[in-house]
Design a protein around this ligand. Structure first.
Ligand code: HEM
Length: 140
């Protein structure tokens, strides 16, 4: 077995918790901001930025993992196609949404766009994680 495979799998597997935690925090923070009609602060800006970076890192780790694991021959269609497709879709939704947050004309617009962006991203990521963990568990 390729010696890079296990450390990469562990890193990719563990990093999911950072991504999921940041996505949940972002959704809660932006929904609260919207409801409470708060001002868009540096912290709101940074939270969104860190969340996008965390998912970027996870996708990069995933792509390297796929390149390393594919020749080993144990990957099924969920690992090879469905999971990467779902996650790349999540990445695209997140980046399009986050660029719209920057262009939103007012603070309520920023909170609304940010909340919607990270809710959609979070749903896609949760679906991708659920499907891959079920597929991995089924193989044993
Ligand atoms: C394009 C993006 C991605 C690619 C190419 C990718 C690739 C992979 C591959 C090939 C595996 C299977 C490894 C194996 O069983 O040998 C895997 C597992 C996994 N991926 Fe991804 N991944 C991506 C994005 C993500 C994201 C965004 C998350 C979560 C935030 C995630 C979470 C997981 C989890 C939880 C597993 C199961 C790990 C385990 O068995 O413990 N992946 N990924």
């Amino acid at each position: 077995m390729n010696s890079l495979f296990m450390p990469l799998l562990q890193a990719h597997s563990g990093w999911r918790y950072i991504v999921l935690l940041l996505l949940i925090l972002a959704v809660v923070k932006y929904l609260l901001g919207l409801v409470q009609k708060s001002s868009w602060t540096d912290m709101d800006q940074r939270l969104g930025l860190f969340t996008t970076i965390a998912l970027d890192i996870q996708v990069l780790l995933g792509l390297i993992l796929l390149a390393v694991a594919a020749p080993l021959g144990h990957l099924g269609p969920t690992e090879k196609f469905e999971h990467p497709t779902t996650m790349i879709l999540a990445l695209i939704v997140m980046h399009i949404g986050w660029s719209r947050v920057k262009k939103a004309p007012d603070e309520a617009g920023k909170f609304r766009t940010a909340a919607l962006t990270f809710i959609l991203t979070g749903l896609l990521v949760a679906l991708g994680v659920w499907r891959i963990t079920a597929a991995v568990a089924a193989v044993g």
